[in-house]
Each structure stands twice: as C-alpha cells, then as structure tokens.
Ligand binder design. Structure first.
Ligand SMILES: *[C@@H]1O[C@H](CO)[C@@H](O)[C@H](O)[C@H]1NC(C)=O
Ligand SMILES: *[C@@H]1O[C@H](CO)[C@@H](O)[C@H](O)[C@H]1NC(C)=O
Ligand SMILES: *[C@@H]1O[C@H](CO)[C@@H](O)[C@H](O)[C@H]1NC(C)=O
Length: 189
C-alpha cells in the first residue's frame, strides 16, 4: 500500500498527473522541409480568420499590420508588429519558442494567460505564408486562428482564394474571414 502511495506521489511530483502534456500527434501539418531562415524578414498580415467571439466583434476595426520576423536566441522567432490602433502607431513583440518539430512554435499569451501552438502550414517564402494557431491551455483553449502573411501589401485574388480555401479546410466559414485594409499610416516605409 505504501509503495503504491509512493509511486503515486512520484508521478505527481514529476508533473505526470494533473497536467497532461499536449499530445504531439495533434500537431497541424507544416510546410515540408520548412526553412526558418527563408521565413524571416518583413510580412504583412493580409488576412485573418477565427471563429472566436472577440474576433467577430473586433474584425471590422482591424487593419493590416507589418511584422518583422527575426530569429530569437533560443532558436525561435521574435515577431515585431507595427499597426494602427486608435489613430496611433503601436508596436508589439511576440516571442515564439521552437518546438521539436520544425515549423511549429509555442506562444504564451500574457494577456490571455493561455498557451498557443503556431504552425507555418504552407509558404513559398517569397510571396505568402499560411499560418494556423490554436490555443492549448487556459482561457484561450478553444482559440483557433488562420493568418495570411503576404510579402506585399496588395494581395492577388488568387492568394485570397487560397486563404479562403485554407480557412475553410480548418473549419472556418466565410463570415469568420477578414481581408485587412491597408491603413494610411504606420505600415509604410
Ligand atoms: C471554434 O471552432 C472550434 C472547432 O470547430 C470549436 O471547438 C470552438 O468551440 C469554436 N469556437 C466558437 C467560439 O465558436
Ligand atoms: C525582439 O525584437 C525587437 C525589435 O528588434 C527587440 O527590440 C527586442 O529586444 C527583441 N526581443 C528579444 C527577446 O529578442
Ligand atoms: C480553391 O478551392 C476550389 C474548390 O476546391 C478550387 O477549384 C480552387 O482551385 C482553389 N483555389 C486555390 C487558389 O487554391
């Protein structure tokens, strides 16, 4: 009996009970042979799609942001985004930690107290990237978002269609999708 209790205690101390790890098998697909160095540099967030209720409320007010992707010291990514908010330019940094499988990152949101997995599902590096994020912990648990990154501010119709198809494949509908307008300040250079 005591031995069983010891084992039990050991498992708890090792964090094996109560906080199961996100099963790795659940990961979304990523761009085959993903090359992080080619993914670096400037992107514009041209399209977003999410079924979350805050997104539905806010999407009409959102505009395109410029994101500079740089490598971070832990092998992950440092995303610095500049966007227009309430007639002011704002800059926000997001640090993505690398996961064992290349093309997957984890992000801890201090605002939501949640943890997310961000996957670069498809990219040709010089034109577009399709990203998918899902919440795995905390308040963001049911969070899902598809993002269209474009190297240019104007986006061809074919790429928009690609993003619509991608979002639909993730279970997101037409009304969950928004193509962001270019603000007249902040993202130019
Ligand atoms: C968003 O979609 C996911 C997957 O279909 C679902 O689990 C989640 O509950 C949905 N969230 C909302 C707010 O509708
Ligand atoms: C992330 O990049 C920004 C902009 O270059 C920089 O100011 C910041 O120190 C970087 N943060 C980390 C943790 O590397
Ligand atoms: C989007 O999906 C439709 C229907 O499956 C397909 O005909 C079209 O070629 C796709 N478009 C792109 C840009 O992938």
């Amino acid at each position: 009996m005591a031995a069983v209790r010891m084992l039990w205690m050991g498992l708890v101390l090792l964090g094996l009970l109560g906080f199961p790890q996100t099963p790795a098998q659940d990961l979304d697909p990523v761009q085959p042979n993903f090359q992080q160095d080619k993914f670096l540099g400037r992107w514009y967030s041209a399209g977003l799609a999410s079924n979350s209720s805050w997104f539905r409320e806010k999407k009409a007010e959102m505009s395109m942001c410029r994101t500079v992707v740089a490598p971070s010291t832990d092998g992950g990514l440092n995303l610095t985004s500049t966007f227009l908010r309430k007639k002011q330019c704002e800059t926000k940094t997001m640090l993505l930690q690398p996961m064992a499988v290349s093309g997957h990152y984890t992000y801890h949101s201090p605002h939501w107290g949640s943890k997310h997995i961000v996957s670069v599902v498809e990219t040709n590096y010089n034109e577009y990237a399709l990203l998918f994020s899902r919440g795995t912990k905390g308040r963001g648990q049911d969070f899902r978002m598809a993002t269209l990154y474009s190297r240019t501010q104007t986006v061809k119709n074919e790429l928009k269609e690609k993003f619509i198809n991608f979002s639909n494949a993730q279970g997101l509908t037409e009304e969950d999708i928004v193509f962001l307008p270019q603000p007249d300040m902040c993202i130019q250079e």
